[in-house]
Design a protein around this ligand. Structure first.
Ligand SMILES: *Cc1c(COP(=O)(O)O)cnc(C)c1O
Length: 387
């Protein structure tokens, strides 16, 4: 892919919007019968919320999803149309603005229901509410024991014209571990809690529980809507589920830097803070001008992989705030030569998953933490020539 002649750069994250659109189409093909929500929280997992939301809608996503109401309102302000839901509310949150901006809200408990009622009364229009069930994740959501009261209160508010219960939903704990016994237990609990609400008179437009791993591996979890994040960005939810290519996905982000310095050093030279690495003999070093201040995980010190001037290298010593060093083994690429930290893997470069392994984390965290100091450069923005 890429790279037309571009201005010199310290570092940049190239965001391949054609890959994102292809991933959305692939996910839709695997979830027939369900609508697709493009989850663009946390700045679209570091990829840039507005351009990614737009591209996802172009490729057939019918919903957008964010964690916080502020994220959702920012999308509306940028002109993003269509259904938009956010779920992470705290007392005193911007309920009125959400109702006015036509944003669907999630309610897990009575405090939230009370605030929604009040906001809807003030706005003079009903809120669109998704009641969230804790079917076993043990995080957000309403406990089964508290569900009857929440459903009853929501129906009362609906009868008062203050809200419409449009959704019943939940979230998995272990969907990335196919066969984990909690998955079927959560599905059973979800069906029970949905059936209860429906028996009381809730007529949900959408019932939803599937994240990316469930969308990819568990058709019985698709219901009316799947909420996909990581897969849309072309990253496998877990190495256990296969590579992105195995899943028909293409990585969207490529993180590149320009070498800031290439120099010869003698053997026995300590490298970077703490001197965790010492040159085994006379060699050359390359200085890669990104560090943990850019979201490069310090835990990958001595381990992170980088393709430098077409050759695979490894971080030598500590990753610092702004830079790290690679041992170039005597090669002398020119300053400004390309260092690819991760990308699609199609051209020998490492992947975000490789960095996750090196840092002892998940690929979600690798892309999401890439900082604001790294510009996002959007490539293949136009949809022409796509099927
Ligand atoms: C983040 C999130 C998702 C998307 O999860 P992926 O594994 O990235 O697909 C779906 N639903 C909720 C509630 C989330 O917080």
């Amino acid at each position: 892919m890429t790279s037309s002649k571009t201005a010199p750069f310290r570092a940049r994250a190239e965001i391949d919007l054609a890959a994102l659109r292809a991933n959305v189409r692939a996910l839709r093909a695997r979830t027939p019968g369900a609508a697709l929500m493009a989850v663009v929280k946390a700045d679209a997992y570091g990829h840039g919320a507005v351009p990614c939301a737009r591209a996802a809608l172009e490729a057939g996503a019918r919903w957008l999803g964010t964690a916080t109401p502020e994220e959702a309102l920012a999308l509306r302000e940028a002109g993003l149309p269509g259904r938009l839901m956010c779920w992470l509310w705290t007392p005193g949150g911007p309920w009125r603005q959400a109702i006015e901006a036509d944003v669907d809200v999630s309610v897990s408990g009575l405090w939230a229901l009370a605030e929604v009622r009040e906001a809807a009364a003030a706005v003079g229009a009903p809120a669109r509410v998704h009641l969230k069930a804790d079917t076993g994740l043990g995080r957000g959501g309403c406990q089964p024991d508290d569900w009857p009261e929440l459903v009853a209160e929501a129906l009362r508010a609906q009868a008062d014209g203050l809200l419409t219960v449009v959704g019943l939903w939940s979230h998995f704990a272990c969907a990335d571990e196919p066969g984990h016994p909690s998955i079927q237990a959560q599905l059973t609990r979800f069906r029970e809690m949905v059936a209860y609400a429906e028996a009381q008179g809730v007529q949900p437009e959408v019932r939803h529980i599937a994240n990316s791993p469930a969308a990819l591996t568990l058709p019985e979890a698709h219901f009316d809507l799947v909420r996909t994040g990581i897969a849309m960005y072309g990253i496998s939810p877990s190495p256990d589920l296969g590579t992105p290519a195995d899943l028909g996905l293409r990585p969207v982000m490529a993180l590149k830097a320009s070498l800031a310095l290439v120099k010869q050093v003698p053997g026995g030279h300590g490298i970077s803070y703490g001197h965790l690495y010492t040159t085994p003999g006379t060699t050359t070093l390359g200085l890669v001008p990104v560090g943990y201040g850019d979201g490069i995980p310090r835990h990958a010190s001595g381990a992170g992989p980088v393709l430098v001037d077409g050759k695979p290298r490894t971080v030598a010593g500590r990753i610092a705030m702004d830079q790290f060093v690679v041992d170039l083994g005597g090669d002398e690429p020119a300053p400004g030569a390309e260092a690819v930290l991760f990308g699609s893997g199609d051209h020998g470069e490492p992947t975000a998953e490789d960095w996750a392994q090196a840092a002892g984390t998940i690929a979600y965290e690798i892309v999401t933490r890439i900082g604001t100091r790294i510009p996002r450069v959007y490539v293949k923005v136009d949809t022409e020539h796509e099927g």
